[in-house]
Structure formats: structure tokens, C-alpha cells
Design a protein around this ligand. Sequence first.
Ligand code: CO
Ligand code: CO
Length: 311
Amino acid sequence: MPQDYPDLLAGLSEPDDAAIWKIDEQRALVATTDFFTPIVDDPYVYGAIAAANSLSDIYAMGGEPFLALNIAAFPPQLPAEIGSEILRGGAEKAQEAGVVIAGGHTIQDKEPKYGLVVLGFVQIDRILTKSGMKPGDVLFLSKPIGSGVITSAVKADRIGEGDLSETIHWMKRLNRDAALLARKYGAKAATDITGFSLLGHAWEMASASGAGIRFYDDAIPLYPQAARLSAEWCFPGGSFDNAEFFGPHVKFDSRIGQERELLLFDPQTSGGLLFAIPSHHVSSCMQEADEKNIPLWKIGEVTSSGIIEVI
Ligand code: CO
Ligand code: CO
């Protein structure tokens, strides 16, 4: 029961991205773990994406990661150099984030799996949760949408590995800079977009905050070819699951086609940070993002409707 653990500030009751444990009046520890099966052929890139994804949940809570442990499962017949390339990809991504990987654990399994346990610190008055949005806040996203569609298209041989390069670049990217802007410009609410899709994770934030969201369809950034592939109905199974589960909370403008709806329900791997800041900070936030070349898209606003609208 949450009341039995007064120092546990997040983790048992709400759908937050990581657990938070109070250390003293100012500081808290943020803890998270995530791992998944390969989504690309290159073992180094897979390791880097898995690490970026694990670190992302610390950023989504407003924290700064500092320590991590590997969690890995490798098939017995997997050449040793492939395993070490996966770990090297993870280690170098962690290092980019200023995080040291201090060991971990590997088991044997039929399908490879890799990810991290990550610890970070957060200032208690800077914690970001899903429940802090207020009507009038403005929503930003730090990476395009459509990685599920793109990676399924590669698996189905509908596009080549080469067409994946831009999506890979984004999946490897840390959400650190976007999280810095979110904190600096007064965000109270954030999450990272992963398996539940943009609209699914948006609904988690809206319902936790007792608010609604209005997305501007034209402003939502997409990976190259994602629109074409969705028009060809090339979706991973997760898109349909998300549409079924979260669909009742979403109202689409009548001009938006079904393939576009499913694309916004596309499950993401190592997706962007979605955060809400007060409207009076919007222009300075966008200016700083522009000056520092930090990718950021203004994609919507918080409403009091209690639903997600896409217009
Ligand atoms: Co998350
Ligand atoms: Co996660």
C-alpha cells in the first residue's frame, strides 16, 4: 500500500515512468528498468537504442541519470562478439549521458534481450509526472512518430535497411536536452512516448491530470515514409491494440482518415519526450530550442475536455 511507504513518491499507484524514493527534503532517487528484443540488425545500434530507451524514463521524471546496470539475455549459439557489440552500444550511449554501467547480469535465452536498470537523482520540487498538466498548457514533442511502422516495414521487406537510417538516428537520440528545456520552462508534466503510442501516452497524462488534450494533426512530426507506409496499411499489431484500447478516449476530426488515426496509435521504440509547459514560457522555450538546435515540435494544448481531440 502506498501509505505504508511515505518516502516512495511515485511508483505504486500511478502509471508513471519510474519509481521515485525520497532521500531528504530536497532530493530523491529515480529508479527504472526497461529491456527489449532486437529491433534492428546491427548489434551495436540495438544496444545504443535500448540504452537510450532505458535512460528516457529517468528524463521523463525530471531526473538526471548517473548509474546503470546491464540486463541481457543471449542465445548460447550467439557469437561472443555480437554480444559484446550490444553491450558496447549500450555502454557508449550511457557514457554520452554521463552514466556509468557498473556491471549487470546476463542469462541464456532463445531470443536476445537487452536493456538497463537506471538510477538517477531528481530535485523534489522539479519532479515531472503524468498528472501535472493544466488547461492552457502547451504540449511539445521531441522526436517524430512512426518508428513502429518503419521497423515493421523493414521486417516485411517493404523497405530496405538503408531506409531505416533516419529512424535509427532518432531512436538512438537521448531525450536529455528536451528534458532540460522542459524543466527550465516550468513543465510539471511529462512522459516519454513508447509502446502505447503518442495518443495512448497522451491519454495517460490527460486522465492522470484530470484534463484533456487537443493535438494539431498537421504539426505532428513523422518519420520519412511513415505516411506512405501507413497509407499502404503497413502497421505493427500494436497499432491496432492501441487503437482498440485508447480509441474510446480519442475524437478525430472528420477529415482525418483511418490510416492516419492508426499512425498516431503506432507503438514507438525509444520515442520522444512529450511535455506540457505554461503558455507564457512557450516563445522563450522555442527560441532556446532553436538557438541550441534541440529538436522540438509544438503539437498541441491542454484543455479541460477530459478527452483527446485530434484536429
Ligand atoms: Co516511459
Ligand atoms: Co519504460
